[in-house]
Design a protein around this ligand. Structure first.
Ligand SMILES: Nc1ncnc2c1ncn2[C@@H]1O[C@H](COP(=O)(O)OP(=O)(O)OC[C@H]2O[C@H](OP(=O)(O)O)[C@H](O)[C@@H]2O)[C@@H](O)[C@H]1O
Length: 229
């Protein structure tokens, strides 16, 4: 087993123990003293489970938060964002994906052209493409059928998020099983999906992600990486 995978498993127990001391699930509003520490690079915020989470399965996805540049990741990192099924990466972080990964964008657009609305609740794992900025995988979660004014409701977007992520984790597992050791997905980063143009409060999406059972999956944890506030 790859080191990063087994490390994820042992870290999970440690992190959950540390989390036992946390009372609230919703991210606490920044206090002045927290803001004062903001200058530290790559601040890590461990998942904060609520009382329900404390009794839930030990094999649910670990979600941590960091400030930084999501695209400044080592090779073989999987970078995940939410997508519409129309084939458009026209705004928000999707536009930045289009600039960094034009090859991946071509694959995404062709995938949407083939399947359109049927893609909602599914995912598309795009392996590193020649000519793109970095040797990164792109993970597309189809959480809404359309974009802009025709986007799905927050309820529908949230309902699509879990099956889409499960589909992505399955695709990663299947890809890794066939890939050579140096070509497997080796770390996972995600932006605060659904929370921008899709207008779904991040805490709601985060709760969905934290409820995902990762038993048997290669991916046990993912870092949410956001620009400094
Ligand atoms: N340049 C940047 N660098 C780093 N972080 C950035 C960023 N720009 C925004 N963020 C943050 O990234 C998170 C997600 O916010 P987003 O609004 O992107 O995505 P979303 O998941 O709500 O919605 C998906 C639809 O947005 C797109 O645009 P189109 O519909 O095509 O026009 C897609 O194609 C979908 O349809 C929020 O935390 C933003 O602060």
């Amino acid at each position: 087993m790859d080191a990063w995978l087994s490390q994820g498993r042992s870290n999970q127990a440690k992190k959950r123990k540390a989390d036992d001391t946390v009372q609230q699930h919703e991210p606490v509003k920044r206090t002045k003293s927290e803001n004062e520490t903001k200058a530290r690079p790559q601040k890590s915020i461990t998942s904060k489970p609520d009382s329900k989470k404390l009794t839930s399965s030990e094999s649910t996805l670990i979600v941590t938060e960091e400030e930084g540049d999501i695209f400044d990741a080592p090779p073989d990192t999987l970078i995940i964002h939410a997508c519409n099924c129309d084939g458009s990466w026209g705004g928000g972080i999707a536009l930045a994906f289009k600039k960094h990964y034009p090859g991946a964008y071509e694959k995404y657009a062709a995938h949407c052209k083939r399947s359109g609305d049927d893609l909602v609740s599914t995912a598309y794992l795009i392996p590193p493409q020649a000519g793109d900025d970095s040797k990164h995988f792109v993970g597309c979660l189809f959480t809404s059928r359309h974009y802009g004014g025709r986007k799905d409701s927050p309820t529908k977007i949230l309902a699509a998020t879990k099956p889409a992520m499960l589909d992505l984790l399955k695709q990663v597992r299947e890809f890794n099983a066939k890939a050579d050791e140096g070509d497997r997905v080796n770390e996972v980063r995600i932006c605060k999906i659904n929370s921008g143009l899709f207008k779904v409060p991040w805490t709601k999406t985060r709760a969905v992600l934290e409820g995902i059972d990762v038993d048997g999956e290669d991916v046990k944890e993912m870092k949410v990486v956001s620009p400094e506030e």
